[in-house]
Unconditional design. Structure first.
Ligand code: EPZ
Length: 419
């Protein structure tokens, strides 16, 4: 990753054209981890070429898993995989490295892996993951950023998550696949990524009930067979561009959206911001006059409005005609976008998890800094809304989850380039 790379973007008077929406990052990462659950070859179609996928491949390679990426197809061969410890310098590069714990315990009854990294949007503990593993008879030790987990055998259990953590749900499901007997997980997350992981595991032969609900029953299954997986489009990338369209006069097509069930929550907010949407075949036709009035919004757990789009929504509201309120209910420290929007001329006051956004501000181009993946993408949208030129530095954060945001926005007529 080139940490010195920056993006220059000019204010846009309108957006016209189309964007092909990439495959989902948060969907493909747990699926990549799940391939470890059995020997065989898995082809993952519509796999985005992003930094997090590249690092996840490196981690799988540490476990002697062969990975090959070509034309958005990732081929994973676990036939020769064997146990190794995973180094902190790799696991600390992304949050999803923690998702290798469950499959490693299921397969080898042990795991020695560095603590995960990921966006600096709060403390991001993994206590729920570890508490669930301990209920499954796993001994857990943490010393100098290295987690050492081991068990004679994983024991099926009943466990209630104190918070519906997406990652903990994914990890515990995958561990339960290798456990003796039945595991009942209550209070699980219900994000689309959980449903997709469960569907993939059932295709591998896992017996499971309650998919899509907040209680999952998983039967430990020895006989599994690898199977191919077609990744869904990235609902957060699609939502980024959908909300962007609210901020400017737009007539754009978001291509690759085969069904809208996973973005209904985002579409509802976009409609409140004045965006008209029609779903036709595999694209979403999006039009707006670009005159956002403002309103009161909050993030929540699926199917509420996703926290990952909070920075983009904050950005759009920073250019609204009237005052707005935005409440972040999932992460305790996810307002990094505010300082950078204020540099552009926004008027935002933060108290705890509440942001009061003054209406009627005209944003002016400036140099701003990306500090995490979604905040960085929001700054690119802010640049389109700010008069003159805006430079966004540290864009390597954005490349963790967006294949090529410059290419995407050039597709709708934006004057934007890497510098
Ligand atoms: C996943 O992170 C996503 N990442 C995040 O997307 C997303 O924001 C988040 O889910 C919420 O939807 C991936 O899927 C790779 P959580 P995850 O565990 O699993 C607390 C992006 O931009 N918590 O649901 O880490 C935690 O601190 C990224 O693509 C505990 O307290 O999220 C947070 O406040 C950013 N203990 C809340 O739960 C735990 O053991 C939600 O976290 C686990 C989590």
């Amino acid at each position: 990753m080139d940490c010195l790379k920056a993006i220059s973007v000019k204010d846009a008077s309108e957006l016209n054209g189309s964007i092909v929406i990439q495959g989902s990052k948060n969907n493909v990462l747990p699926i990549m981890a799940a391939t470890l659950l059995c020997n065989g070859i898995t082809r993952i179609y519509n796999c985005p070429m992003i930094e997090d996928v590249r690092v996840m491949c490196e981690l799988l390679n540490c476990l002697h898993v062969e990975t090959k990426y070509e034309n958005h197809v990732l081929t994973v061969d676990t036939g020769c995989s064997c146990y190794e410890p995973l180094p902190y310098e790799l696991t600390s590069k992304l949050r999803a490295s923690v998702l290798l714990l469950g499959p490693m315990l299921a397969r080898w009854q042990k795991a020695e892996i560095g603590m995960p990294g990921g966006c600096a949007i709060g403390l991001r503990p993994i206590d729920i993951h570890l508490e669930g593993f301990m209920k499954m008879n796993v001994d857990v030790k943490l010393y100098r950023n290295v987690l050492t987990c081991s068990t004679y055998y994983l024991q099926g259990t009943e466990y209630t998550l104190r918070f519906p953590s997406v990652g903990a749900t994914e990890n515990l499901i995958m561990a339960a696949v290798g456990a003796k007997g039945r595991t009942i997980l209550r209070g699980v997350a219900k994000e689309p990524e959980i449903v997709e992981l469960c569907k993939y595991l059932m295709h591998m032969g896992v017996l499971m009930e309650g998919v899509g609900s907040d209680v999952l029953i998983i039967k430990g299954t020895k006989e599994l067979s690898s199977c191919d997986y077609c990744n869904v489009y990235d609902r957060i990338v699609a939502g980024t561009y959908l909300l962007m369209a609210a901020a400017l006069p737009s007539k754009i097509k978001l291509i690759g959206i085969e069904n809208i069930c996973y973005i209904k929550n985002i579409m509802n907010v976009a409609a409140l911001l004045g965006v008209n949407m029609v779903h036709i075949d595999n694209y979403l036709s999006v039009e707006s006059f670009g005159n956002v009035q403002g309103g009161i919004f909050k993030t929540g757990l699926y199917p509420e409005f996703p926290t990952d789009l909070q920075p983009v929504l904050m950005t759009v509201l920073a250019g609204a005609a009237k005052d707005s309120t935005l409440v972040e209910t999932v992460f305790e420290k996810r307002f990094q976008i505010v300082t950078e929007l204020i540099k552009l001329g926004a008027d935002i006051d933060v108290k705890g998890r509440n942001a009061q956004i003054r209406g009627g501000c005209h944003l002016q181009g400036h140099t701003v800094k990306a500090t995490d993946l979604r905040q960085g993408a929001a700054l690119v949208v802010a640049g389109l809304m700010s008069s003159g030129y805006t430079t966004i530095t540290d864009v390597s954060y954005i490349e963790r989850g967006y294949e090529d945001i410059v290419r995407d926005l050039q597709g709708v007529g934006a004057e934007i380039s890497y510098i």
